[in-house]
Design a protein around this ligand. Structure first.
Ligand code: ADP
Ligand code: ADP
Length: 228
């Protein structure tokens, strides 16, 4: 599970995130929804430990990850896998090589990398595209590869940062269906950050609405999305 508590992020005198409290229980799918400028990308970068919060804690399975540095921080980053907007694949690498990147980065031996990449590509239905380059893949296929890469190090939490932005409704639905299957099969906890209420409706158990850096409403999806 992931527990975010009192999370604040300021740049100089500008407070972008102001006391965010957010919990997603094991194998649940939580969502944060908010308009442009609400603080979603700042929240995503803080949660996946690319940026340090000004204050507050981010605990995964009970352990606060915000106070770490050096090798401990690098190890802690394995706990949270990220799926980025437009997948963010390296275009000079094949699908398989993109999925292998985090494994190589963490020193996983070659024979294990091969086995794990095969397993991941199979899980996201992309084994037949292993040797394709990103430019040879559709947006939805690229995002499947992005999901496989996000899962490569067996994170406890998968963070989806606008992962379906720019995809057509059918492709969005297929990606959300895949995420739900992964939650069901692997028991991974998923936090979806999005500006699209339809995405929240399509996938989340719980939702929090972010506006001007604060959670202004939260609850079951049926309650929060009513009237939106
Ligand atoms: P969203 O992803 O919801 O559109 P962002 O997290 O990108 O929101 O931005 C939220 C607010 O924080 C915006 O007003 C933005 O200008 C401000 N902001 C983001 N990053 C910085 C930064 N590095 N320095 C100052 N202000 C920032
Ligand atoms: P190094 O890779 O040299 O050991 P660190 O891993 O400590 O250095 O930090 C690398 C970058 O990550 C720095 O820009 C630092 O500000 C940032 N950083 C360090 N700790 C955290 C943290 N707990 N959460 C988010 N960002 C962090």
């Amino acid at each position: 599970m992931i527990e975010i508590s009192g999370l604040t992020k300021s740049y100089g005198s500008t407070t972008v995130l102001d006391g965010i409290d957010l919990t997603v229980a094991d194998a649940q799918i939580g969502a944060v929804v908010g308009p442009s400028g609400a603080g979603k990308s700042t929240l995503a970068r803080t949660i996946n430990l690319l940026e340090r919060p000004t204050s507050g804690t981010i605990a995964v399975n009970g352990r606060d990850l915000t106070a770490l540095s050096g090798s401990e921080l690098r190890a802690a980053r394995r706990e949270i896998g990220t799926v980025f907007q437009s997948a963010n694949l390296l275009r000079r690498l094949t699908a398989a090589e993109n999925v292998a990147l985090p494994l190589r980065h963490h020193g996983v031996p070659d024979n294990q990398v091969r086995r794990r990449v095969h397993e991941l590509l199979e899980r996201v239905g992309m084994l037949h595209r292993a040797n394709h380059y990103p430019s040879q893949l559709s947006g939805g296929q690229r995002q499947r590869i992005g999901i496989a890469r996000g899962l490569a190090l067996k994170p406890s939490v998968l963070l989806s940062d606008e992962a379906t932005s720019g995809l057509d409704p059918d492709t969005t639905l297929s990606i959300l269906t895949l995420l739900r299957e992964l939650r069901d099969d692997l028991g991974v906890t998923i936090l979806v950050i999005t500006h699209e209420m339809d995405v929240v409706r399509g996938i989340a158990d719980q939702v929090a609405r972010l506006d001007h850096g604060r959670i202004v409403e939260r609850g079951a999806v049926a309650d929060v999305v009513r009237g939106s």
